[in-house]
Design a protein. Structure first.
Length: 147
């Protein structure tokens, strides 16, 4: 069998496998493409206003100066920084705040006495974009007891 024939058969096999969810789906009979079965593709935007959150994390030094902390400062990608630190801190997870402070001390930033998470919620409305500032989440690190 030639290479072209094998590649063509492989492509036909992959296309044929797409029919399995359509033929054997146990719920309501599906008549669309198989991957539209999952809501991520079929109904990706729920009804209602379109909103976006913008989160900014600030480290406060003992002198009172605030510096914005970015994903580069902690050595992560932006999605990793948002999911590992920003989202948990916004939910009140104190462990995430401790992790950020420990990471900042590892990379050599001056001592940090407080973290502030400022969140702005932008909502698309008929007249444009409405921006609301949510309450600031402040994380004061717990002091370690002397050993």
């Amino acid at each position: 069998m030639s290479v072209k024939t094998r590649v063509s058969l492989f492509i036909l096999l992959v296309l044929g496998l797409h029919a399995i969810p359509v033929l054997f789906y146990q719920g309501v009979r599906q008549t669309r493409w198989p991957f539209l079965l999952w809501a991520m593709y079929a109904q990706s935007t729920p009804p209602g206003p379109i909103q976006a959150l913008t989160r900014r994390l600030y480290a406060v030094t003992p002198g009172g100066t605030a510096r914005e902390i970015t994903s580069v400062d902690v050595g992560l990608t932006l999605p990793g920084f948002a999911s590992n630190y920003l989202a948990p801190i916004s939910r009140g997870d104190t462990a995430a705040g401790r992790w950020v402070i420990n990471r900042l001390h590892q990379v050599g930033m001056d001592s940090v006495v407080q973290l502030r998470l400022v969140t702005a919620r932008s909502t698309l409305v008929d007249t444009g974009i409405a921006v609301d500032t949510l309450p600031v989440v402040v994380y004061p690190p717990t002091l370690q007891s002397p050993r």
